[in-house]
Write a protein that binds this ligand. Structure first.
Ligand SMILES: Cc1cc2nc3c(=O)[nH]c(=O)nc-3n(C[C@H](O)[C@H](O)[C@H](O)COP(=O)(O)OP(=O)(O)OC[C@H]3O[C@@H](n4cnc5c(N)ncnc54)[C@H](O)[C@@H]3O)c2cc1C
Length: 473
């Protein structure tokens, strides 16, 4: 009988309660306690865990940064959680411009480790988001229009398969599995223990935040749609529109506005940084009431974006608390919204439910830009298909008091449904338990090939969870 190795925790052990919870603090972690959690220190620990679980018919959950929106990586009644978060090695090869990293890094560790060597790979805007979940679900961030999705940078994946074997997937070896690891979503094919990424040299960049009052929503959203998805690749700028709620307004800091454009300009040379105001021109022309721009070394700029202490700059772009009561969902816009569709957006932002107390963050809708390099890659070249979308729509509801939950969830579902005539699909990394056609939404035309890869590498469906890829359709 295989033995569990690594840092193995059982119920009642010191640290058990922290070890079994995830980012989505509203999820029912008590009713879904695992029987054991293995914090892997090396690939062999993951291999032993998979072999132990199959020998004992114990359900498996795989975990890295715990940021799954539905908590799926931590909800494992009587199961085993195979956690890679302590596998955080980093080796950068400056000559071949690749980095091999443990699969357990979080974004802050990832950016810092590569940034110290002068390199970058596009990642997420949340400092504690896990690298494994992000990459396997594709991953986009402030430099992805320029360099591609996180998964587009993969050169090799070390993965423990359903037999417990440690294998590699790359263009030459297990190429179908490699294809599936590039956007097919975490938890489906095995336990990834290491990634090798192509890295991009990076120098100084500009980060910015432009703000408008709520009554400017129509002209600003229209200007953004006609600009952000088609502007030069060096620019990635997202538009955040807060729900029109007095409690949201009360949460804003003095420099923040209900409508915010935030992002990063990452040109090839310092000389090109001087073009920023020209590149931002169409948005500046709409008359923002607040404008903050800073040119910074990439690593410092990234800290500003992640909302962690950047040492010198005085403002932060994106802040996420580490545990939240929220409901998020998404869809992809393949056409720009016309005036009537924007009215639907505003109506739902106006109709946000009244809360009995302040939320953890203001509820909002965000437009995240498509276009750039990812859009020039064939949607079927990797498992990440929605490359031709003009933008991603992310719908986020936040609250704190339990009695506010149902109405906020209904609001966010109603919001997404109202825009479905103009959008389609959903981002697998913003997974949503209420989607009825989640496989089609997450995987589009790539679903049949993903199912075939699943059948080949995990015919007994060892790696399954609430929204995993099945072995047949
Ligand atoms: C605050 C916040 C900010 C975010 N910002 C962005 C953003 O800017 N861009 C973006 O693209 N996404 C963003 N996301 C979404 C994020 O990409 C997903 O939540 C992602 O799945 C998180 O990965 P994780 O490792 O932290 O989560 P986990 O919950 O640990 O895992 C997520 C999924 O991957 C699986 N998994 C984890 N580790 C492994 C492994 N080693 N091998 C195989 N499967 C594994 C899990 O089983 C689960 O299905 C954000 C999410 C949050 C909460």
């Amino acid at each position: 009988m295989p033995e569990l190795t690594g840092r193995v925790l059982y119920p009642g052990d010191p640290g058990w309660d922290d070890a079994r919870r995830g980012f989505a603090i509203w999820a029912d972690f008590d009713a879904n306690q695992p029987k054991v959690i293995v914090f892997c220190q090396c690939a062999a620990d993951a291999s032993n865990a998979v072999r132990w679980a199959t020998a004992n018919s114990v359900p498996i959950r795989i975990r890295c940064g715990r940021h799954n929106y539905q908590g799926y990586s931590s909800l494992a009644k009587d199961g085993i959680i195979i956690d890679v978060s302590e596998m955080d090695s980093v080796q950068v090869n400056r000559n071949s411009l690749v980095a091999t990293v443990g699969a357990g890094l979080d974004m802050l560790q990832f950016y810092e480790a590569l940034g110290e060597s002068g390199f970058a790979v596009p990642g997420a805007t949340g400092p504690s988001v896990g690298l494994a979940g992000l990459t396997l679900g594709s991953g986009f961030g402030p430099t992805s229009r320029k360099w591609g999705l996180t998964c587009d940078h993969l050169v090799d994946v070390e993965i423990v398969d359903a037999n417990g074997d440690i294998i590699h997937a790359n263009e030459q070896t297990n190429p179908d599995l490699f294809w599936a690891c590039k956007g097919g979503g975490g938890g489906n094919f095995g336990v990834v223990t290491a990634f090798t990424f192509r890295v991009n040299p990076v120098g100084n960049v500009a980060v910015f935040s432009l703000g408008w009052e709520y009554d400017q929503l129509y002209p600003v959203a229209e200007a953004w749609m006609n600009w952000a998805p088609v502007v030069e690749d060096s620019m990635t700028a997202s538009l955040m529109m807060l729900a029109n709620n007095p409690k949201n307004a009360a949460m804003l800091t003095s420099s923040a506005r209900p409508i915010t454009l935030y992002g990063q300009f990452t040109p090839d040379s310092d000389q090109d940084l001087t073009r920023l105001s020209t590149v931002l021109g169409p948005m500046l022309a709409t008359g923002p009431t607040s404008v903050q721009i800073q040119v910074l070394p990439y690593l410092i700029a990234t800290r500003v974006l992640l909302g962690v202490d950047p040492s010198s700059p005085t403002w932060r772009l994106v802040t996420h608390s580490d545990t939240e009561v929220f409901k998020s969902t998404s869809s992809f816009a393949y056409q720009l919204f016309d005036a009537d569709t924007l009215k639907i957006v505003k109506k739902h932002l106006d109709d946000v439910p009244t809360l009995s107390g302040p939320p953890t963050e203001p509820s909002m809708i965000q437009f995240l830009p498509g276009g750039g390099l990812p859009s020039r890659i064939d949607p079927q070249a990797t498992a990440a298909y929605p490359r031709k979308a003009k933008f991603v729509v992310q719908y986020n509801a936040y609250w704190n008091a339990p009695e506010d939950g149902a109405k906020n969830i209904a609001w966010i579902e109603g919001f997404r449904n109202a825009l479905l005539p103009y959008t389609k699909g959903a981002y697998v990394n913003y997974n949503d338990s209420t989607l009825t056609n989640y496989l089609e939404d997450y995987y589009g035309p790539n679903l049949p090939r993903l199912v075939a890869v699943k059948k080949q590498y995990d015919p007994n469906n060892v790696f399954n969870f609430q929204q995993s890829i099945p072995t047949s359709l």
